[in-house]
Design a protein around this ligand. Structure first.
Ligand SMILES: [Zn+2]
Length: 646
């Protein structure tokens, strides 16, 4: 017995030592001091959607002193975007130096040619192999996540030559790439696996969410309080069921105040308050748990209660899946700067667009994400251990989308825009200027600063139902009993359809041998595309304005592209026009063009030539830069590794 007992005791000691070591090691990683100081740094700041016309107007007016000074001392130019001028397309060209034909992202959405269904272009997940056991579905390994982007990023190349890169919240960086520090941006899903699903809890009738969220209608119980549930991710073992968390909203003597209980956390909120982050756990089978976090906003208290619950997203202090590289980087960062939004596109434009979020609440939320972005950037600049620091601020883009109506006197919603709405875009430009000043105050004399935007902006006054136009001109045919096409081309007779539109700028030919029910022969493609492009360019709105500025044949603009997700024609809308939301999902309502009466009132998914971005630097570039795909040459080509030896 004695040798056995000694052996067991020895094993326990070894196990405890291993556990202790791993805890110690984890602690070391999380609290690691910065590495050696970088001598000369290149700091690249993206302001998504910053428009040269607005920037120039407000620089001249004296509202943007830091931008004006940078322009006076360094370099300023317009920067051509990609075709189309969409953020995931353009930032992928920025990262890789490639055109969309080579990096493979052509639009937010592409189509599955088998089912004529939209798919998210930025990141894809491979289905996990599973086995059924006693009614449960057991995964065989982890879900495989893959970036939709091909090509090598310049930060990976720079690391290979001895530089250290800190890359923060750049669009299309999920899953994270192995550099010194990467905090992933656009592409990171929430815990439900979506790009952001919020919950609105109300005790009275409110319009349902068409997209991006859930409305939970719940009357108060006998005690006057409300008990509801927050929808969660699919059950890991019974994927047809969803997990949910109970939430309790308790009255206080003051009607505009409530106490909310969520997973053991109590938060007191007054009308108009955002809560702090609330960490919570979706539990299953007694021991399983999926950690996450939400923020709450009390939009209105009792009697007409509306409580907004943000998308449940990865808690950087306890990540349910990897949102940074190295894996512990998000946790270490959150220990230094506090919790931050991890969802790829956290500004909740859908909630605001659908009237589920109020104007001030939405702008407060933008201010929060801006502050988080600043904190992570200043942390990296102050640690000083990266030769390459790259951070994209998406807030100018989001505010311009939601508030262009306040700026554009010809927008159908301008007359009814609030004073807050009329100043919102100027406010985010002033905030960007303040951030630029903060950045400059942290730079050393040898540090290079590059500032860019991926595209500019214009108004979105009229929503174009391109699939209705295709129906009226005989290119898309409905089944006899159908008057319109629902989402996903419901009601379309593919055997008599030659072309269809999906996504924001993409038009596809229903090609035989590629689409599952294709009818157009390869030999007829060129003639059909020419015919479509010339007919679309001739299309006039009721006031005589052209709907399109250009229609591009993908063979001309992406000569190197594989056929895969590439559209056949890229639609360059004229300023003021954009694909309707229905078009993006393959629907065709009965009208051709409608006034855009939603908060989402500015856009850039028009012909790329109409919405250039900007490029600025605190030095005179030796290279001439035309488009966003060239910027990485400016960053890498004459930057040398100048790391101090430790
Ligand atoms: Zn945008």
């Amino acid at each position: 017995m004695r040798p056995l007992r000694s052996l067991l005791a020895g094993l326990v000691v070894v196990a405890l030592a291993a556990l202790g070591y791993s805890k110690w090691h984890e602690r070391q990683l999380l609290t690691a001091a910065p590495g050696s100081k970088a001598k000369q740094r290149t700091v690249v700041i993206g302001f998504d959607g910053m428009d040269p016309a607005l920037l120039e107007r407000w620089m001249v007016a004296g509202a943007l002193p830091h931008f004006a000074a940078l322009k006076a001392q360094g370099h300023y130019q317009k920067l051509a975007s990609t075709e189309p001028a969409q953020s995931p397309v353009a930032w992928s060209s920025f990262a890789t130096g490639l055109d969309p034909g080579a990096h493979g992202i052509f639009d937010f959405l592409h189509r599955d040619a088998q089912h004529y269904a939209p798919e998210f272009s930025i990141a894809r997940s491979e289905p996990v192999e599973t086995v059924d056991f006693l009614g449960m579905t057991l995964p065989l390994g982890d879900a495989k996540l893959d970036s939709g982007r091909s090509g090598t990023s310049f930060w990976s190349t720079a690391e290979a030559t001895g530089q250290r890169a800190s890359v923060m919240r750049v669009p299309v960086t999920f899953p994270p790439e192995p550099v010194q520090q990467m905090i992933s941006g656009m592409g990171v899903p929430d815990l439900l696996g979506t790009q952001g699903s919020y919950t609105l809890i109300a005790n009275h009738l409110v319009p349902a969410a068409e997209s991006g969220g859930h409305v939970v209608l719940q009357a108060a119980g006998e005690d006057g309080n409300i008990t509801a549930s927050v929808p969660g991710p699919a059950h890991p073992l019974y994927p047809r069921d969803s997990l949910a968390l109970p939430i309790r909203i308790i009255r206080t003597p003051e009607p505009s105040q409530v106490v909310v209980e969520l997973d053991g956390v109590r938060a007191q909120l007054s009308t108009g308050d955002w809560s702090e982050w609330i960490p919570m756990r979706y539990r299953f089978l007694g021991v399983g748990r999926i950690p996450g976090m939400v923020r709450l906003r009390l939009i209105s208290g009792f009697p007409k209660l509306r409580l907004y619950v943000s998308p449940a997203q990865v808690d950087p202090l306890d990540p349910a899946f990897q949102v940074s590289a190295p894996e512990h980087a998000a946790t270490a960062l959150a220990m230094r700067i506090g919790r931050f939004h991890t969802l790829g596109m956290p500004e909740e434009t859908w909630a605001f667009n659908q009237g589920h979020m109020d104007e001030q609440g939405w702008l407060d939320m933008v201010a929060t994400t801006l502050g988080e972005g600043e904190a992570m950037l200043y942390d990296s600049l102050d640690r000083g251990d990266s030769e390459l620091v790259i951070k994209v601020f998406v807030q100018p883009d989001r505010v311009s989308h939601m508030f262009w109506r306040g700026l554009d006197k010809e927008h159908p919603l301008h007359a009814q825009s609030s004073l807050l709405a009329r100043d919102a875009i100027a406010w985010i430009y002033r905030e960007s200027d303040r951030v630029l000043g903060e950045i400059q105050s942290r730079l050393g004399p040898d540090d290079r600063l590059i500032v860019l935007s991926d595209h500019g902006f214009t108004s979105f006054r009229r929503a174009v139902h391109i699939n209705r136009w295709l129906i009226e001109h005989g290119y898309l045919t409905l089944k006899p009993e159908h008057k319109l096409a629902g989402n996903l081309f419901d009601g379309v007779d593919w055997s008599r359809s030659r072309a269809y539109a999906l996504g924001l700028n993409s038009l596809f030919v229903n090609r035989r041998g590629r689409e599952s029910q294709g009818v157009v022969e390869a030999s007829d493609m060129a003639a059909l595309k020419t015919e479509l492009a010339s007919a679309l360019l001739g299309w006039r709105d009721q006031d005589g304005s052209p709907v399109f500025a250009a229609v591009h044949d993908a063979d001309d603009i992406y000569p190197s592209a594989a056929d895969g997700h590439r559209p056949d024609l890229v639609l360059g809308y004229a300023s003021g026009y954009r694909a309707s939301w229905q078009t993006t999902l393959g629907a065709a309502p009965t009208s051709l063009i409608d006034d855009n009466l939603q908060n989402w009132s500015g856009d850039h998914c028009v012909d790329s030539a109409l919405v250039p971005g900007i490029l600025m630097s605190n030095f005179q570039p030796a290279l001439s830069i035309d488009g966003i795909a060239d910027v990485s040459r400016l960053i890498v080509d004459d930057a040398r590794p100048t790391q101090d030896s430790p």
